[in-house]
Design a protein around this ligand. Structure first.
Ligand SMILES: *[C@@H]1O[C@H](CO)[C@@H](O)[C@H](O)[C@H]1NC(C)=O
Ligand SMILES: *[C@@H]1O[C@H](CO)[C@@H](O)[C@H](O)[C@H]1NC(C)=O
Length: 138
């Protein structure tokens, strides 16, 4: 059992190391491999909204007044599957949503736009006239 735990930790450390190395390599070799992706989140609720994302460079709590936005920036590499989750909290409500999934989202020119409503997050998809709305899973 202990052996299993240790090897799991080593494996995690190893994959983390590979991940970091790949990110650095990509940055050194060519800027094109390393895409600067931005996720814009707007509060479309009539109450202040607390947004908490676990991005490696931004895991603070952001308080957005109605109509305000926050932008997350990160580096996307083509080799690695990435999923970033955020929680959304306002008076009497708490939800979690995978706001970015590299296999699901193809953000136009590396810009993803989301508008957060009480019923769920809505994505602004390039060439769609209406926002694409989803319901909260959590
Ligand atoms: C969110 O608010 C903006 C600005 O008021 C508005 O243009 C947009 O249609 C709203 N989106 C949704 C999904 O309600
Ligand atoms: C989508 O947008 C691009 C660039 O804005 C445009 O060139 C293209 O014709 C649009 N495609 C459709 C199906 O509307």
């Amino acid at each position: 059992m202990a052996v299993l735990l240790v090897s799991k930790n080593v494996l995690m450390l190893l994959s983390l190391t590979i991940f970091v190395t790949l990110q650095m390599m990509a940055g050194v070799v060519t800027g094109r491999l390393l895409d600067n992706t931005k996720i814009n989140i707007m509060n479309n609720i009539s109450e202040p909204l607390l947004v908490h994302g676990w991005f490696h460079n931004d895991h603070e709590l952001h308080r957005l007044l109605p109509g305000e936005s926050h932008r997350y920036k990160f580096f996307k590499t083509p080799f690695i599957k990435m999923v970033w989750a955020c929680t959304f909290e306002w008076k009497g409500a708490f939800h979690r949503y995978d706001i970015y999934d590299s296999r699901r989202d193809s953000c136009y020119q590396y810009n993803c736009y989301w508008q957060i409503t009480e019923d769920g997050p809505c994505q602004i998809v390039h060439n769609y006239t209406e926002p694409l709305c989803f319901s909260w899973n959590y």
